[in-house]
Ligand binder design. Structure first.
Ligand code: PGA
Length: 267
């Protein structure tokens, strides 16, 4: 079985402007210097206008930065949009796609996500593709079908060998910004089925190597149980990581899990 490096990430949403991003980044750098984070891939996703400040403040750390969205074209008459090459120029290594709030408030579709994935990969960015069922889909018992459809659409046109270049983020849409995360049993089942489906449709290697991380009301309290799950390869955190101390605690939890899972040996 392939060893998958664990991931700890946070998306700031529409919070933390450039000046605050500098303070956050400097404080996070100090805190992470106290922890062995060598076995963890760490990312922070600031708003666009904070990317350069965050990138500068985190330059001497292993923390990578990424955008929260992007356009699928490289340039052109697309007022208000940002492209993959622009994110790269701002210091990004990642880009988040298909977050529930993008789907819900801005009517994004997985067909658009598919184009964005392609453009991101061409620019050398790692797409973090969010997947998740709504409360209604869950109630109708369609969750695993919905997740599979989202994955297959997002990755359509990419060769199997490319699949592991993305990170899949399972974020049940009813658990984001809520009071409680999904239960560990529920998460374990979704991740296992997702990986099995990945194997059936994109092959054993893609299934073994692709990181599937969990997000949705993760905290320092529920984090240890969630990251201990076999098929959970990382934690993707909103509110609980909007302070540097909060995110440092999450990173520490994931770093501890990397030791327990033995995923730290491979680089
Ligand atoms: P939350 O956000 O941790 O505040 O629930 C998660 C997310 O939106 O990815």
């Amino acid at each position: 079985m392939a060893m998958r490096r664990l991931v700890a990430g946070t998306g700031w949403k529409m919070n933390i402007g450039a000046a605050e991003a500098t303070r956050y980044g400097s404080e996070l750098a100090l805190r992470l210097a106290q922890i062995d984070v060598s076995a963890v891939d760490i990312f922070v996703l600031p708003p666009f206008t904070s990317l350069v400040a965050a990138s500068a403040a985190l330059a001497a750390t292993p923390v990578a930065i990424g955008g929260q969205n992007m356009h699928w074209e490289e340039s052109g008459a697309w007022t208000g949009e940002i492209s993959a090459p622009m994110l790269v120029e701002a210091g990004c290594r990642y880009v988040e796609l298909a977050h529930s709030e993008r789907l819900y408030h801005f009517a994004e579709s997985y067909e658009l996500v598919r184009r964005k994935v392609d453009s991101a990969l061409r620019s050398g960015l790692t797409p973090i593709i969010c997947l998740g069922e709504t409360a209604q889909e869950k109630g109708e018992g369609r969750t695993d079908d919905v997740l599979l459809e989202q994955v297959l659409t997002s990755l359509a046109g990419q060769p199997d060998a490319r699949v592991a270049d993305v990170i899949l983020a399972y974020e049940p849409r009813w658990a984001i910004g809520g009071a409680q995360a999904a239960t560990p049993d529920y998460v374990a089942e979704r991740h296992a089925i997702l990986r099995n489906n990945l194997k059936a449709h994109r092959g054993q290697d893609a299934a073994d190597r692709t990181r599937i991380i969990y997000g949705g009301s993760v905290t320092a309290e529920n984090g240890p149980q969630l990251i201990a799950i076999d098929d959970v390869d990382g934690l993707f955190v909103g509110r609980a990581a909007w302070t540097p101390e909060g995110f440092a605690r999450i990173v520490e939890i994931v770093a501890g899990a990397a030791q327990n899972k033995g995923t730290g040996q491979t680089a």
